[in-house]
Design a protein around this ligand. Structure first.
Ligand code: NAD
Ligand code: ZN
Length: 250
């Protein structure tokens, strides 16, 4: 039997090696094998918890209740996860000079934990908190979550995770850098993203419009697969990442 994904992996490696500027774009699917479920779908986080706690107005009116849920999901549950072979493969690819940047929709910090340097976080990062008033930022390791909501040492206002809640805009610098990395890419790698969260979902189309070759890794077809993907590698990110890693080491 011909292993189609193997042939596509080899094709993808060839393209990555010969490219001038490779950018990766990652979504919730890349972290599934690290133990973090996507938000939506059968086993999604929002099947278990009410997403209203991440609505800004609800959060401000009910900071303690919102923080109880936020603590459970993002600090007790997400907090225990570590990078898988897909994160490690991207970090290694950057180290070897073959990957220029990662644009991620994830907030789990796993790309940085794998060693990636040039990471643009489209939706922010859960490992940092920000004061809702004076905007001071501090790492979660410096914050005590025994008493909720946590408050700012300087101005005593409520702290909020430094990822965007429903209704908030994309952080300006990450947005601008992501657009540049998208428009500059001649190879654009999509990993574990369904393409249903706007405005992030428009980036692959923008890359394609600017002439990039689109490589996609996903166990299922996404909104992109039949429309713009040039090389579709069907499979789980961690498993495919492990196979890519073997080639990198050769
Ligand atoms: P999504 O939930 O819309 O889609 C997940 C995609 O991952 C699907 O296409 C699915 O087929 C694919 N997938 C599932 N298992 C996979 C695996 N093992 N390997 C590769 N792909 C796999 O995800 P999204 O498009 O990223 O949008 C969800 C939004 O929620 C994002 O904006 C993100 O900010 C946020 N989110 C983040 C995290 C995180 O930080 N890890 C987790 C959940 C949600
Ligand atoms: Zn403050």
């Amino acid at each position: 039997m011909i292993d189609l994904s193997q042939r596509n992996i080899e094709k993808a490696i060839e393209k990555i090696k010969n490219a001038k500027h490779v950018t990766a774009f990652t979504g919730a699917g890349i972290s599934v094998e690290s133990g973090i479920p996507p938000f939506r779908g059968a086993n999604g986080i929002w099947g278990k918890y009410d997403p209203k706690v991440l609505e800004l107005s609800y959060f401000f009116q009910n900071p303690e209740e919102s923080w109880q849920v936020i603590k459970t999901i993002f600090y007790e549950f997400f907090g225990k996860s570590s990078p898988n072979n897909a994160h490690i493969w991207l970090a290694e690819t950057e180290k070897q000079g073959l990957l220029k940047a990662i644009i991620t929709q994830n907030i789990d910090n796993l790309h940085q934990e794998a060693g990636s340097k040039n990471v643009y976080e489209f939706h922010g990062n859960s490992k940092t908190l920000v004061c809702t008033k004076c905007k001071t930022k501090l790492p979660i390791s410096k914050v005590n979550l025994d008493k909720l909501p946590p408050t700012c040492d300087k101005c005593k206002s409520v702290l909020k995770p430094d990822f965007i809640f429903f209704g908030e805009g994309i952080p300006a610098e990450a947005y601008q850098k992501s657009i540049i990395e998208t428009q500059t890419a001649d190879v654009f790698i999509l990993i574990g993203t369904s393409g249903s969260v706007v405005p992030a979902s428009s980036l692959p189309y923008e890359a394609k419009k600017n002439g990039a070759l689109i490589i996609e890794i996903n166990p299922e077809k996404s909104n992109y697969t039949d429309e713009i993907t040039d090389i579709f590698i069907r499979g789980k990110a961690g498993e495919i990442g492990e196979r890519f890693l073997k080639y990198l080491k050769q």
